[in-house]
Design a protein around this ligand. Structure first.
Ligand code: 5GP
Ligand code: ZN
Length: 113
């Protein structure tokens, strides 16, 4: 299996997991860009948000709800956070397995680069 996030989902590569269930997984980013930087993935491999289909909408909702729940559990919901899905080349996506970034712990600039 070549997809790095599939390998994390299967436990073949270690990750600092903060939440997991049958459908989704949340773990700390290897190269954090903010004091809190967590990635939320569906266990099922989807190349990107653009490649997802209406049949994945419930799963996409689970990804978003997991961002909300992890933010609450990590105590960052009150100060605020940013959820980002880099998608495709121009979106800056470097890992081809759909993932949401959860960034928090400092004021985040806008617009992004
Ligand atoms: P993208 O650029 O695709 O939106 O985000 C990919 C993210 O995955 C990057 O922030 C990168 O640091 C993170 N990443 C890449 N490989 C690994 C890994 O093996 N483990 C973890 N925890 N994060 C990774
Ligand atoms: Zn994958």
């Amino acid at each position: 299996m070549s997809c790095i996030f599939c390998r994390i989902a299967y436990g073949e590569i270690p990750a600092r997991v903060v939440y997991q269930d049958d459908d989704v997984m949340a773990f700390h980013d290897l190269a954090p860009q903010a004091p809190v930087h967590v990635l939320v993935i569906p266990r099922q491999h989807l190349d990107s948000l653009a490649a997802s289909k209406p049949e994945h909408d419930v799963l996409l909702g689970r990804v978003l709800a997991t961002v909300r729940n992890v933010a609450h559990d990590l105590g960052i919901a009150e100060n605020g956070y940013r959820a980002v899905l880099n998608t495709g080349f121009d979106g800056g996506q470097s890992v081809g397995h759909l993932h949401a970034h959860l960034l928090a712990g400092r004021p985040l600039g806008w617009p992004p680069g």
